[in-house]
Design a protein around this ligand. Structure first.
Ligand code: ADP
Ligand code: ZN
Length: 760
């Protein structure tokens, strides 16, 4: 805006992204009394039609192209809630992921913060004052109230209103009589407040760790220097830290963060939700809870209550917490003077948000790092094809930790050919003789076993061998899974539940010998109980975890040896450290290979490597049994040898041939509606439009329309058009512009997913 002299009567204009879905921004006049408090990022209340709605100022203007502007009603909170750098990220998201500005804005402010009309809420607290002499005369109601306050000594006003079933007017009467004081006080909810954490000291690094840390520190120092004339060297914003589990990545993160704090900067650590355990958080808190670099460590994840999330967020916004550790959405944490962003297990699919805005937090971390001059470290034992490709293209710098800190060998992985096992046993059994024998041996030595199968329930489908009937979901094109304990059939896509039949439901058939095909964790559990009656077995999947604490409790029991065999889905695959686990069995490694997705092999490789990493983390060497019907598949063979680079090199050839990511980028356009014919019709129309668009861009491949791998989900039919391009920014710009003109009718929805993680 500069210092241009204002004309008399000139009014400042604010452009506002409203909270309501209108797909565009609106201009408002700033009333004179608000001129000093309205700036970019300020939360405001504005009139919209007959209503009043909330929004965020995204730009301050001298004038507006629109006439008849209305005035901002009020501002919310003393501080602009959205910092300029986050605002820049919001614009980037709207452009790149083809979404409306209000959708992008919604992602960056937690609900608990955005729903709050008055900003940081200081709660009113009622405190009992010392009574000198006799109590003043009180009514019966006031007396009851006083009894409660006396007992509590101090409590929030709202709480007291609720407890006593009274009004704040009555409580004010006690204040008038000098019995209590009512004063505002910040009440902070600390999700980890109850835990006592012992401080920790930096460890002495081994040579590889020291080299990795030095690279990151050097980059942070270069980036912190005021921008000079010389161009920043290539690969300076982003590092890929490739290190096997237990190679000491976290210690490198901790020391890099310490360096950022030393430079007066803050840091963000992204961790997949499932790995964000109290132990993980504790390691960060323990390091920075004391000493000259003492700072709060804020935690953001989906299990926090709204109040906790609100308070954690404001601790960051106020600059009291300089370190943030959190799941996906923590990439938006309003850390100012950001020096370092770490994305642990960067290959994880949970970094992708599967609803609009469909962003990938790992990719946003890289964008944010570039925008704010922060170093970015992506860490993984099994990097994504995308990130390693960026290393090959010299866009990222590679840092390698090749050995476990404790010098332990990687576990020995044995692949068991289930085809020959099935031939020998005359039928398919759950445990091959080798795995059965290995489990027995470990149990005998009092060591622990983890078994892994990525499918819950009893069996994957219910079939009639006579008429061929298969129980399918009435809403989705998937077969129903049989859950024996509950005697139910369940759809794992939409959650539909029905009672399990005892005979074939087909009218003309009625065969009582219906069969359950495929294998789920529930059935494995039963087989364990039968085959290993002496062992204490626990199953862990989303069926057995009913409450938030269950997860922690079961893992606690396993840690303390109350469980011999832990059986579970991918839930047990990640990041957990159990020194006494010496055997890991993968019941069926092929499951994830058969997913209709170009990433099936990559995902299988990652999963097997992660699961195998659970074995032998203590003093005894670990071993891993992988049961498979396709034992020579590259994903399985490279995982067996812990050979990520070997896997990458053969997999990239396949991606190159078909021009799949990371060689190109994908935009997946899905149309969904209740009428299959209409969805198909508009999918054809969409294809023609996209052909034209691709023609303008050149070098862009359009495929489809094809039925989505899951054609029908929750009674909606879905068809997809896929576009592959070397230049996604150009494509998404064009897509955004074209979206409105497509004229898709109201009963059909178009979902644009840029860089999708799954094709379902
Ligand atoms: P990763 O994050 O790669 O799985 P961690 O950082 O958790 O590895 O390290 C694994 C274990 O080794 C931890 O218990 C950690 O405290 C320890 N450790 C890490 N670095 C060192 C070191 N330089 N010296 C001694 N112990 C270390
Ligand atoms: Zn369903």
């Amino acid at each position: 805006m500069g210092a241009r002299p204002k004309l008399p009567g000139h009014r400042v204009v604010a452009r506002v992204t409203l909270d309501v879905a209108v797909r565009r921004e609106f201009d408002y006049l700033v009333p004179a009394e608000l001129e000093s408090s309205v700036r970019e990022g300020t939360r405001v209340k504005v009139p919209f039609g007959p209503r009043e709605v909330m929004g965020v100022v995204t730009k301050i203007l001298d004038e507006s192209p629109h006439g008849n502007l209305r005035e901002i009603i009020k501002t919310v909170g003393g501080q602009a809630l959205v910092t300029p750098s986050i605002l820049r990220l919001v614009r980037w998201i709207a452009d790149y992921y083809c979404c409306a500005p209000e959708i992008a804005m919604k992602a960056v402010l937690p609900d608990a913060v955005r729903k709050e009309e008055e900003g940081w809420r200081e709660r009113l607290f009622v405190r009992a004052l010392p009574v000198h002499g006799d109590l003043p005369k009180l009514t019966k109601r006031q007396e009851d109230l006083w009894t409660i306050v006396e007992e509590w000594r101090e409590l929030p006003l709202q709480e007291l209103v609720r407890l006593a079933g009274t009004t704040s007017t009555t409580i004010r009467k006690l204040e008038d009589k000098g019995l209590v004081s009512i004063a505002p006080q910040i009440s902070e909810r600390d999700p980890y407040g109850k835990e006592h954490i012992l401080p920790s000291q930096p460890l002495e690094l081994n040579a590889e760790q020291a080299t990795a840390l030095k690279s990151v520190v050097d980059a942070m120092e270069r980036l912190a220097k005021p921008a000079g004339d010389e161009a920043k060297p290539e690969g300076d914003s982003v590092f890929l830290l490739h290190g096997v589990t237990g190679s000491g990545k976290t210690e490198v993160y901790l020391q890099a963060i310490a360096h950022a704090l030393g430079q007066g900067q803050g840091a963000i650590v992204l961790v997949p939700e499932i790995s964000l355990t109290p132990q993980t958080v504790e390691r960060f808190k323990a390091r920075f809870s004391q000493g000259p670099q003492q700072t709060l460590v804020a935690v953001l994840h989906s299990h926090l209550s709204a109040g906790e999330r609100h308070d954690e967020w404001h601790k960051i916004r106020q600059g009291r917490a300089r370190i943030v550790i959190g799941a996906r959405s923590a990439v938006f944490a309003p850390v100012e003077r950001l020096g370092l962003v770490i994305v642990d297990e960067e290959h994880e699919h949970s970094y992708k948000q599967e609803e609009a805005p469909r962003y990938n937090a790992r990719d946003l971390a890289v964008v944010r790092g570039q925008q704010e001059g922060a170093a970015v470290v992506l860490g993984s034992a099994t990097p994504s094809m995308e990130s390693y490709h960026n290393v090959q293209r010299k866009k990222y710098a590679l840092l390698s930790l090749t050995e476990r800190v404790d010098q332990k060998n990687m576990p020995l992985v044995r692949v068991i050919d289930m085809r020959s096992a099935a031939r020998k046993e005359k039928g398919i059994s759950i445990f091959s003789p080798q795995l059965r024998e290995a489990i027995l041996q470990r149990l005998e030595k009092n060591e622990q076993v983890m078994l892994f199968l990525n499918r819950r329930g009893w069996s994957s489908s219910l079939q009639c061998p006579d008429c061929g009937y298969v129980a399918e979901c009435p809403n989705c094109s998937v077969s129903l899974t049989y859950h024996r304990a509950a005697q139910q059939l369940m759809c794992h896509s939409c959650g539909h539940i029905e009672a399990a039949p005892t005979k074939c439901p087909e009218q003309s058939c009625g065969n009582a010998a219906i069969r359950f095909a495929g294998l789920g964790t529930e059935k494995v559990e039963a087989a364990l109980a039968k085959g290993f009656p002496m062992a204490k077995v626990k199953r862990m999947d989303s069926d057995t975890l009913k409450r938030k604490e269950d997860y922690r409790r079961i893992l606690g029991d396993f840690r303390t040896g109350k469980i011999d065999i832990l059986l579970g889905t991918q839930m047990i695959a990640k990041g957990l450290h159990f020194p006494n686990v010496t055997l890991v069995g993968i019941i069926n490694a092929d499951l994830s290979l058969h997913i209709p997705d170009f990433r099936a092999a990559e995902r299988t490789f990652q999963l097997l490597t992660q699961v195998a990493g659970r074995a032998g983390r203590g003093d005894v060497e670990g071993e891993v049994y992988v049961q498979s019907f396709t034992p020579f598949h590259p994903s399985i063979q490279y995982a067996r040898r812990h050979d990520f680079i070997g896997f990458y090199e053969q997999e990239i050839e396949f991606r190159q041939e078909l021009r799949y990511p990371p060689v190109s980028r994908v935009a997946l356009l899905t149309l969904r509606g209740r009428s299959e014919d209409r969805v198909k019709f508009f999918a054809d129309h969409l294809r023609k439009e996209m052909d034209a668009l691709a023609g303008e861009l050149g070098d862009t491949v359009v495929a489809g329309p094809a039925p989505a791998p899951l054609l029908r989900a929750e009674n909606f039919y879905r068809y997809q058009v896929m576009m592959r391009t070397p230049n996604m920014s150009a494509l998404s710009r064009k897509l955004s512009a074209r979206q409105q003109a497509l004229q898709i009718p109201d009963d059909i929805r178009l979902i644009i997913d840029i860089d999708p993680m799954t094709l379902s």
